[in-house]
Design a protein around this ligand. Structure first.
Ligand SMILES: [Fe+2]
Length: 259
């Protein structure tokens, strides 16, 4: 892969995302948010990739996967007005269809193309299947780390600066109730990332996002999250119950032990 191919994909991404707009202020805000998130994820993945000695060409493959990983979110938002994945409105399937129907990866060799598509398929799954090809795994892990670092940046700001309900889609339309799922608590105390299907309230969502640290693979990812104090910033918006304090303490220690 070379810089020129990457620049062309970036141009396509720019014109595709420009072609999708909404009269609803909230939908437009989320379209802009996803566009910025895609560019930021590409920047973060480059930073992470440079710490593990990837070739220039491999860094461009990783950046392409990062730029395109949420391309399905634009159609999902405009046609289904949600960030919630359902059978009809799954952003991964929508994204792969968009990439294929627009021939976005046509200039890239088969092997690199497969790496990029595998990254998109696996970027959000709770537990990675053991069957992933060794040579694809490093790219998948890079994307998962980079994507989650940028989401932690977005949501830590949002939870601190906005009122619950300001952006319902970013809150995955969850109720702002004090309850915390026992399954989320158990996974976090066991040092495992919480499963999105156990998330029932906005508090569960915040804790599930914090628990991504258990999935991080790169030292640099732990360093960024620690330096930017994302866990603390989200914790500050949670009710200070014993179970929340226990979970925060467990995650904080895990983060510090991995720096
Ligand atoms: Fe993402």
């Amino acid at each position: 892969m070379n810089q020129e191919i990457y620049e062309n994909i970036k141009l396509w991404f720019g014109s595709y995302t420009e072609s999708i707009s909404s009269e609803s202020e909230e939908i437009q805000l989320n379209l802009d948010l996803k566009k910025n998130h895609s560019f930021n994820t590409a920047e973060i993945i480059e930073d992470l990739a440079k710490t593990i000695d990837l070739s220039e060409s491999d860094i461009l493959i990783a950046k392409t996967a990062a730029l395109l990983h949420d391309i399905g979110r634009f159609e999902q938002l405009i046609n289904f007005e949600t960030f919630s994945d359902t059978e009809q409105a799954n952003h991964i399937n929508l994204g792969i269809n968009t990439i294929e129907s627009n021939s976005v990866l046509d200039g890239i060799n088969e092997e690199s193309k497969e790496i990029i598509l595998e990254c998109i398929r696996q970027h959000q799954i709770t537990e990675l299947p053991k069957s992933i090809d060794e040579n694809k795994l490093v790219f998948v892990q890079l994307l998962r780390d980079a994507d989650r670092i940028d989401i932690l940046n977005i949501v830590s700001k949002y939870y601190s600066d906005c009122k619950p309900g300001d952006n319902k889609r970013l809150e995955m339309e969850l109720a702002d109730k004090p309850d915390i799922s026992k399954k989320v608590f158990k996974r976090i105390i066991d040092e495992k990332s919480a499963d999105y299907k156990d998330v029932l309230t906005l508090n569960d969502l915040k804790l599930q996002q914090m628990s991504w640290i258990y999935d991080f693979k790169l030292k640099q990812s732990f360093r960024i999250v620690s330096k930017k104090t994302y866990l603390k910033r989200i914790f500050d918006t949670l009710p200070k119950t014993d179970s929340v304090i226990d979970m925060y303490r467990q995650m904080k220690i895990y983060l510090e032990n991995n720096l």
